[in-house]
Write a protein that binds this ligand. Structure first.
Ligand code: AFP
Length: 318
């Protein structure tokens, strides 16, 4: 990126947009923590930490390090009340001398199993006002993800708009795209999950996309895959309900909610197959959720085809 006086750093962009000071500070704290994760991905030796997370998945040293980088920073920034990390069992509180104003859910290194094969990975963050975390995603005030790819970018959803920032070699995030918008439909699809365990409705939906000429784009990392759909202006990312896993694989609070918030703000849609993801009422921070994220046409088609297949199944039984 050429150096010009027009470079817009993250902090001053947020200031100019009138973003309230505490929220502005919190977004910049998260962005700063992610610079260290970016560095750790490039410089740390790979290997397992010898521990498992709450879902029984073996933790990479990098997962643990990324978790510590975000949680220790947010614990001491004075802006946060409660936090939940995909890598930890329970909600935990920040060290506060004065009451903080926001609570944060984060997946410190999503797709970490892709680091050893040198594919892109990301950090996903969801920000709520006050101290409650187990609440529907529509109550988020901001959500963001950082994508560690050939470039490191941060995509921020805030006040019904989405902006992209790029981390430059000087260690600053500068605005690279203001007001990212999605079209009504796209031409790529990114389907997760074991196809043998798809429901008939979901299989029919994926076939319909294929037959309509949609191109397959799936890396196995939610952050690069969703970013692909978003930045190409349309298409669909899905990780559906599967036989034996009726709520799918992805976590509502750490993955589905923040991505749904960002995609809706860009003019797209996000459904669990029957309703808006942002209206799902969580029971715990560990809940999972089937995910259909993308442009409006594909998400509506998924909902319709799943509904049709469900009513056919119901009719067969009677
Ligand atoms: P990891 O963080 O365990 O690598 O999982 C990544 C992820 O949660 C999400 O980023 C992907 O979209 C999804 O899982 C991929 O799952 P499959 O490996 O089943 O395709």
């Amino acid at each position: 990126m050429p150096l010009t006086s027009k470079v817009e750093p993250l902090r001053s962009f947020l200031f100019e947009q009138g973003v309230e000071g505490t929220l502005r500070g919190l977004i910049c704290e998260v962005a700063d923590a992610c610079k260290y994760i970016d560095y750790a991905i490039k410089m740390t030796e790979l290997g397992f930490a010898g521990t498992s997370n709450v879902y029984g998945e073996e933790q990479l040293a990098l997962d643990v390090l990324s978790d510590e980088l975000i949680s220790s920073r947010l614990s001491k920034c004075g802006l946060v009340v409660n936090m939940a990390s995909e890598e930890q069992q329970n909600i935990f509180s920040a060290f506060l001398k004065e009451p903080g104003e926001y609570s944060v859910c984060f997946d410190p290194l999503d797709g970490s199993s892709l680091v050893d094969v040198n594919l892109a990975v990301g950090t996903i963050v969801s920000i709520f006002p006050g101290k409650e975390l187990v609440r529907p995603g529509r109550e988020q005030v901001a959500a963001l993800f950082v994508l560690y790819g050939p470039r490191t970018t941060m995509v921020l959803g805030l006040e019904g708009r989405v902006h992209e920032f790029t981390l430059n070699p000087l260690g600053s995030y500068t605005l690279s795209q203001e007001d990212v918008k999605m079209d009504e439909s796209g031409k790529i699809y990114s389907p997760g999950g074991d196809t043998r365990k798809y429901s008939p409705g979901h299989s029919a939906f994926i076939e319909a996309l294929k037959n309509d000429g949609y191109k397959l784009r799936y890396s196995g990392g939610m952050v690069p895959d969703v970013n692909h759909v978003l930045m190409k202006g349309g298409g669909l990312f899905t990780y559906p309900a599967l036989e034996g896993s009726p709520r799918g694989k992805l976590r509502l609070m750490f993955e589905a909610n923040p991505m749904a918030f960002i995609l809706e703000a860009a003019g797209g849609a996000a459904s669990d197959g029957t309703k808006r993801i942002l209206d799902v009422e969580p029971e715990s921070v560990q809940d999972r959720c089937p995910v259909y994220l993308g442009s409006k046409k594909e998400v509506a088609l998924a909902e319709n085809m799943l509904k049709e297949a469900g009513s056919e199944k119901g009719a067969e039984k009677t």
